[in-house]
Design a protein around this ligand. Sequence first.
Ligand code: FES
Ligand SMILES: [Fe+2]
Length: 459
Amino acid sequence: MEKLGSMMEYRLKTFANWMVHSGNGTLEDLLFKTRDTLTVWPWSTALMYSVAGVALLYALHLFYYQAVVWKRDLTDIGYNHILDAARIGKSNRKRVDTVNRARRLRKIGDKLPPPYPNGWFSVLESEDLARGEAKSVDCLGQNLVVFRTQEGEVNILDAYCPHLGANLGVGGVVRGDCIECPFHHWSFSGRDGQCTNIPYSKSGVVPKVARLRKWRSLEANGFIFVWHHVDPEAEPWTFNVLPEIEDGRWVYYGKNEFLVNCHIQDVPENGADVAHLAAVHGPNMLSGSDIRYSRAAWADFGMHSWLASWKAPEQGEPAHIAKMDLVHSFRIFNKLEVGKIDVRAYQIGPGYVQLMMNTGMGPFVVLQTVTPIEPLVQKVIHRFYAPRNIWNAIFQKFAIWAESVMFERDMMVWNHKQFIDNPLLIKEDRLIKCYRKWYSQFYSENSVSFQMAKEKLDW
Ligand code: FES
Ligand SMILES: [Fe+2]
């Protein structure tokens, strides 16, 4: 023991000597100043560095995982020329009145096609409907209640209760696979819309006619879709589910969402209207979305180039799918070509598009849904999905911004254009004619006419 004690003493002395002679301090410095330094560090600097470190980690986490949402309302895009002239700023309440007046004054054109075509339409995005939640959705000339059971299944029914007309989407409660009306607590099954329980009925009998219309629905690729068709017998087409999204290989990076003032047919017509690409989307994206200024000379150093072709389905291919090929590049001083993206777009039915993108750095997909809210108001959403990696954490944010700028340029045209049933086309516009012929398959003889749909709203 004694030998061990003297060995320890020797080691400590050697260490103290080394500390004293290896630095500039004395033994006193070593014993007292070190203690002073230690008392300062834990409570101020260390805390500051810890907070900064945590904040940095949180910011990096957000940057990597947080989805970007770019949302614009009906008055946000395309009316600034009127609002500027009237000196109406962003927060002014007159803004809405001024925009509505401009909408009333607009001549919308003659012979507009039916406003609510047949097909699958998005009613909500999946993350907007939690388990046990019910929401009211108004679109396609219908008032719907969309609800999700605790098991995760989505059901869509007509919103108005046959008892005394309450809207089940406003205060309705999900119980099992049923929804309970907020007014007198009648319950309706999500499976077939049949009333299953009237809590205060003494006989316990439920009238057979107490039934709500059940709408076919499905959930895929981050959206909830409803099958809308004027012919109740019409069978829906099989929906294109993207396995990369369903199995989680590609993740959601964000979206943009717009309300557009035009007929639904105008939005996908953009794909076949190849001549507008150079005119509207040629000018540098840095010059912004307002087409009054997007051809600014200062931005001429860089222009977008688009090579496009639109194709109706061939014999044997599904009739409801049209294709479009697009090659985009950005030309700097008309010499250096960067940012090449190959796009294969599938227009699937009247209100859904899958844009499969290929960049030099990997693939990604943009899913577009167009849902008629009113005869001349479309809700348009683009959701972006790609593999999870650093490149996409940066690039997808840029892509969402760039696509939003380009889409808003179209919106400025759509929000003010007329629908021309018999347009003055030249040979180079022939794809527009092909497109209109293809799109006409989504209207039936019994489709609600534009006039009729409008009259229903003008009360
Ligand atoms: S209105 Fe729905 S239960 Fe009475
Ligand atoms: Fe466009």
